[in-house]
Write a protein that binds this ligand. Structure first.
Ligand SMILES: CC(C)(COP(=O)(O)OP(=O)(O)OC[C@H]1O[C@@H](n2cnc3c(N)ncnc32)[C@H](O)[C@@H]1OP(=O)(O)O)[C@@H](O)C(=O)NCCC(=O)NCCS
Length: 181
């Protein structure tokens, strides 16, 4: 049954999660290729497995270095979604940027909200403010972010270009003092 609630757990990212994480990211890439309105920005060209290995090694290193908070959701024995907050550049280490994606078959089951809650909780003491960028038309994502306490502070009109299509990009933030779990 589509969107039937599934049992899932949220835990910290592990090194062993690489195959599932890579497979999920290839899935998002294919979704974006088929649907220009898909809410994640991906590379123009399909990354190679070598690219994915390099990306995950850097990603995991930044978790070990304490520069990134990363959690995954596991259902049916696989990683089905991830959420992370990472340090911004230019010395603004009190500001982190949040990113999240859930595998297609596992969306709208509460996983996104559970992951964001955990990342907000674990970001306290590391970051003071979290920001994010979202396609202006991504109603589900914006609903979830607002529910978690994020507020919109800007819109970059036509900030995303996919082929010949332009999309507005909304910018949101939360001051972690405002987050109550
Ligand atoms: C956006 C995303 C992370 C949300 O995670 P999720 O697990 O699907 O979200 P949840 O199940 O926790 O919550 C979904 C909420 O959105 C609501 N919702 C679903 N479709 C909606 C829509 N079209 N418009 C508005 N709200 C919608 C649900 O009712 C639910 O809210 P509620 O708990 O108040 O009833 C996930 O759907 C996803 O990965 N989407 C594709 C990639 C993406 O857009 N990533 C975000 C990049 S900024």
């Amino acid at each position: 049954m589509p969107n039937a609630k599934k049992r899932f757990i949220v835990r910290q990212l592990k090194w062993e999660d690489f195959p599932d994480m890579a497979s999920n990211f290839f899935g998002y890439f294919e979704e974006a290729k088929k649907d220009p309105y898909f809410g994640l920005t991906t590379f123009a060209k399909r990354p190679t497995m070598q690219d994915e290995v390099g990306w995950f090694a850097d990603f995991y290193k930044s978790v070990l270095d304490g520069k990134r908070v990363a959690f995954v959701a596991v259902a049916d024995g696989k990683v089905v979604g991830s959420c992370e907050a990472r340090s911004m550049l230019r010395g603004q280490t009190h500001v982190g940027e949040l990113g999240i994606a859930i595998k297609k078959e596992y969306r709208s089951m509460g996983i996104g909200q559970a992951l964001i809650k955990e990342v907000l909780k674990r970001s306290r003491g590391k970051f003071e403010i979290l920001t994010l960028k979202v396609f202006g038309h991504n109603a589900r994502a914006k609903h979830v972010y607002q529910k978690m306490g994020f507020m919109q502070y800007g819109t970059l009109k036509k900030g995303i270009k996919r082929g010949k299509l332009y999309f507005d990009e909304d910018e949101m933030y939360i001051n972690l003092k405002r987050f109550k779990d």
